[in-house]
Design a protein. Sequence first.
Length: 284
Amino acid sequence: MGKSMRVVVIAILVLLLGSIAVLYRKVQTTSASYTALKSSEESTQDRYAAAINSIAEIQDSLSAINLGEPSRGLTPGSLQSEQRLTPSQGDEAMARIAVLKAGIERTKTRINQLESSLKKSGVKNRGLEKLVADLKQNVTEKEQLVTELSARVDSLTNEVSGLATQVQVTQDTVRTQRTELGTVYYVIGNKQDLTKQGIVVAKGGVLGMGKTLRPTGNYNQALFTPLDTDNQDVVFIPSAKKAQVVSAQPTSSYSLTATGSGLELRILDPQAFRQVKHVVIVTA
């Protein structure tokens, strides 16, 4: 082989070695790029799967925020149910709404975390973005409904409280009126004492004889004792052998009987007896 041929062969070998070195470097670069791309793809898939899982969990949370029970009892169409709302039921409804609000707030926090995570990861997917937007819309709708329910329950609770107060006032008034209607006031005493107190006066008769004791009608209320005829029908007259009711109660409405240590006035017809409010009993 001539000298010139050896030079050509050496030159070719140098070129081949250079090409091999270049190709090797390219292969290494390509392999590294492929590995990085593969890792990036796997990471992206993991982030995508994580986002999908988060969305699924958020959807489950939203589904768990069930507004069926409160809305069934509190929508404007359920007027009869609203009118039967008691203060305790109102407290239960408000407690339930508080739980719903807490669930919505947790869901909003998770959605915000999901959005932030997606932005940081660089995951761009219209499907994901639409799912997140739908979640936010769902939360907004439920939050608005809970707010409406809360206002409705609050209004109904206040209304029920007002009605309860009115009922109590009415009951107190009726009770007071019943007590007033059923109560008589009696006084017991002999002729001299009752005359001196201005409760009775002797009237009629001829030449001072045959006078009859009559109630004056001008009484000192402090001298009389109240008696609720709806709850008590006996007046005990102690240390008396005789007694006379000089006020205008119908004689058929009561009876006077002797007891071991005095007399006993028993009311037989409370309604007739209490037509005259003051009972004057004169003892002898």
